[in-house]
Design a protein around this ligand. Structure first.
Ligand SMILES: C[S@@+](CC[C@H](N)C(=O)[O-])C[C@H]1O[C@@H](n2cnc3c(N)ncnc32)[C@H](O)[C@@H]1O
Length: 385
């Protein structure tokens, strides 16, 4: 029986030569970025969304399953000459088209900031070009040479990783995660987490289903390589990010109309953003936050429940995390009147959440009385009323 991975490789090898309409889910890419991209790349578009819309100048971007390179070539223009884009794909024929077109795009935009690497996205440490080279010199002929090749791969992962740990600002992908075999999907998310810098994010467009996919559809290798059978459910996709340690996970885009419907199950494109960086030690610096609403109550990724308008004690790490995207617009931030230096801060128990009395941030003996302050100066002189 053909495995899902072999079926996927064979199908996309063919789709690198002749465009396959069944693999295409129409996407409105920004036309200004398409002008410099050769037609052969655009014609072999097998994406379902546009994660490049969420990139910024200067970022280092990794595109998982880069195909003929379209998203990388768009991203190259968004991040500009100060940024960098790496595309990873496992299919030689896709990489050949991408590599052949990279110098053409570079010449048209006036700089070269894209490179393509051969690897499997669930194993981003293993450089398959290096492994190819070693295996050509020492082909696998028997069990002993197979085991040696396995040792060699382990060595390459450590000594010459395809993508270094904590080296990437944004991992993007367009319609690829669903193609990875079920048993490797947890490792895939762990790999995305590994390569991201602390504070980095994943922006992933993919096909998801609105119901669980039954076994007989999952066992169909053709449907698998067609981005159907391996799709997460809408809820399961978000859960996979959470289980890998991401926070601030949100749906940036969800197509209302399904791309395909099979046996009553709807398959549609979503774009998800998820952040890395909530892990680390917790210190008490007497800081507090107030959730501004509009909901009565929210639950964060560490299961801290906060009611609108109440003042909660948070550790220094959470305090600075909430001051960044995607949270900052939802909170008020209250610094203590007397700052506690990080070196002097005691450990903070992050296992639960508690309210913080205003006196804790002001100081227990704070009892001053003042006149009106911080009010607009009107025509009749100072005053609030
Ligand atoms: C549906 S196409 C998407 C291509 C591209 N992202 C685009 O927007 O046109 C899937 C691509 O992912 C690659 N691919 C599938 N599974 C992969 C894996 N496990 N590791 C690396 N590449 C993979 C295929 O070779 C193919 O180029």
């Amino acid at each position: 029986m053909t495995s899902a991975e072999s079926a996927t490789r064979d199908r996309y090898a063919a789709a690198a030569h002749a465009s396959e309409a069944a693999l295409c889910c129409p996407v409105d890419y920004d036309p200004q970025f398409l002008k410099v991209i050769p037609t052969e790349v655009i014609e072999k578009d097998y994406g379902c969304g546009d994660p490049s819309k969420h990139l910024h100048p200067g970022e280092t971007v990794l595109d998982l399953g880069s195909g003929t390179g379209k998203i990388c070539f768009i991203a190259a223009q968004v991040v500009g000459p100060g940024g960098k884009v790496i595309g990873v794909d496992m299919t030689d024929d896709m990489l050949e088209v991408a590599n052949r077109n990279a110098p053409i795009v570079a010449e048209r935009i006036g700089y070269s900031n894209v490179e393509f690497r051969k690897g499997r996205i669930q194993d981003l440490a293993l450089d398959l070009d290096l492994l190819d080279r070693e295996l050509r010199a020492n082909p696998i002929a028997d069990a002993a040479s197979y085991l040696l090749a396995d040792e060699l791969a382990a060595d390459l992962r450590v000594k010459q990783p395809l993508v270094e740990s904590e080296s990437i600002d944004v991992v993007v992908s367009n319609c690829v995660l669903n193609l990875v075999e079920s048993r490797m999907k947890r490792q895939l998310f762990d790999e995305i987490f590994r390569v991201l810098k602390k504070g980095g994010r994943a922006v992933i467009s993919d096909i998801v289903s609105d119901e669980e996919i039954p076994a007989h559809l999952q066992d169909n290798a053709y449907l698998w390589s067609g981005c159907i059978s391996g799709a997460y459910t809408e809820e399961g996709f978000l859960q996979a990010f959470a289980e890998a340690g991401f926070h601030g996970i949100e749906i940036l885009k969800r197509d209302e109309a399904p791309w395909q419907t099979l046996e009553g199950i709807e398959f549609r494109s979503v774009t998800i953003q998820a952040w890395k960086g909530k892990q680390g030690p917790c210190f008490e610096r007497n800081q507090a936050v107030i959730y501004k609403g509009p909901f009565l109550k929210v639950l964060d990724d560490d299961r801290h429940a906060m009611e609108r308008g109440k003042r909660y004690a948070v550790c220094d790490k959470t305090f600075s995390l909430y001051q960044k995207a995607p949270y900052r617009d939802y909170f008020e931030f209250i610094e203590p009147l007397t700052e506690i230096a990080l070196d002097d801060a005691k450990p903070f128990d992050c296992s639960g959440i508690r309210e913080r009395h205003p006196k804790e941030t002001k100081g227990m003996d704070y009892d001053i009385t003042t006149g009106a302050a911080n009010c607009r100066t009107g025509g009749d002189g100072p005053g609030c009323c």
